[in-house]
Design a protein around this ligand. Structure first.
Ligand SMILES: [Ca+2]
Ligand SMILES: [Ca+2]
Length: 350
């Protein structure tokens, strides 16, 4: 890594049921990943959370402005934000139950169930704080998941985006759901085709405005008809019932080498995107650089200890097929080459 040589030199929103469907644009990643597949498991994405103080009307509300606006919000004043590693399945919620349980999402009792059936807690657990969250890291894509569409499914309240980067730094808008007045809760799916196995940098941006807060991100590796609908718009589906599995921290890494970015597995630091992959410390501490996922990580492989988990056993790459679930929608799920292959909770993208 060249950086080491350089270092030597140097609004209340109510759910409506009549929300128009929209479609995301399928994504085909053009170039190779940022790094090859590591042997060790990942430890989860680095999540920064920050209170929005500018008034709800200033939250970026269009597809063209949401990602750039949320990133500008995080870069404008980085100190007040709280940053940590999300070690659980990617199911976040403020667990609001006001007679409705929109914050619970489609996955209930699946993640951080010791604290809530709704999912893992956001930093802000109340129902009135407007805030943003930014999750960064690398996603593991195994050999069996390349060359055909992988469907990403999201349940979100209020807004989110998922950006994937290839090894050349080109960005791909895999999912984009800006806030919409009157329609805070959404299910969105979209297809992403990866060209080769490895670690791809990803960035998830999220915005909560008020009341229910939820962010669930899952994947499904099989034929699927993508959709985007308000959560109450017919046909109402449940992504877990359809076979989607939540992103697992074992498949989410923080460095090109596959290990955590800082020695403390619960700590991490995000750096400016413009410095991603550049030589030098780029705002990180001495001995660290801003890696391809825009996280500060050690320049020298081996400085940061790998997590204690053993090398992935082959059996975890191809989990047993879960029982076939009854279809409740018009969505056709037909196995590739006649085989039905589901991603159950906890199974890797492999
Ligand atoms: Ca949930
Ligand atoms: Ca909300």
């Amino acid at each position: 890594m060249s950086c080491c040589r350089a270092l030597g030199l140097t609004v209340t929103l109510c759910l409506l049921t009549n929300v128009a469907s929209a479609a995301q644009t399928p994504v085909v990643i053009a170039r190779a990943p940022a790094a090859s597949l590591p042997s060790a498991d990942g430890t989860g994405l680095c999540i920064a959370t920050k209170k929005w103080t500018g008034g709800v009307n200033s939250v970026p509300q269009t597809a063209d402005s949401f990602a750039s606006g949320m990133n500008a919000f995080f870069e404008a004043s980085p100190q007040p934000q709280k940053t940590s590693v999300h070690r659980g399945l990617l199911d976040l919620s403020n667990a609001l139950n006001d007679g409705r349980v929109l914050s619970y999402g489609d996955f209930i009792g699946a993640a951080c169930s010791q604290s809530s059936q709704a999912g893992c807690p956001f930093v802000f657990g109340d129902s009135t704080t407007t805030f943003g969250a930014r999750l960064r890291g690398f996603m593991r894509v195994g050999q069996s998941s390349v060359g055909h569409p992988i469907h990403f499914g999201v349940y979100a309240d209020d807004a989110m985006s998922l950006t994937i980067f290839d090894g050349a730094g080109q960005t791909y808008a895999a999912l984009m759901r800006p806030p919409q007045l009157g329609a805070p809760t959404w299910r969105i799916t979209n297809a992403v085709t990866f060209p080769s196995p490895g670690l791809y940098p990803i960035e998830i941006l999220y915005a909560q405005i008020t009341e229910h807060a939820a962010l669930e991100i899952s994947t499904y590796d099989d034929t699927f008809t993508d959709f985007e609908r308000g959560a109450g718009q017919a046909p109402v589906v449940n992504l877990q019932s359809l076979g989607f599995g939540l992103l697992d921290p074992k498949d989410l890494h923080q460095s090109e080498e596959g290990g955590p970015s800082l020695p403390d597995l619960d700590s991490c630091q995000q750096c400016a995107r413009e410095f991603a992959g550049q030589p030098g410390t780029s705002g990180c501490s001495a001995g660290y650089h801003c890696n391809a996922a825009a996280l500060c990580s050690a320049c020298v492989s081996g400085v940061v200890p790998m997590p204690p988990s053993p090398t992935r056993a082959p059996s975890t790459l191809h989990p047993p097929r879960p029982p076939r679930r009854k279809r409740t929608t018009e969505v056709a799920v037909v196995g590739r080459r006649g085989e039905r292959r589901l991603r159950g909770p906890g199974s890797p993208l492999s």
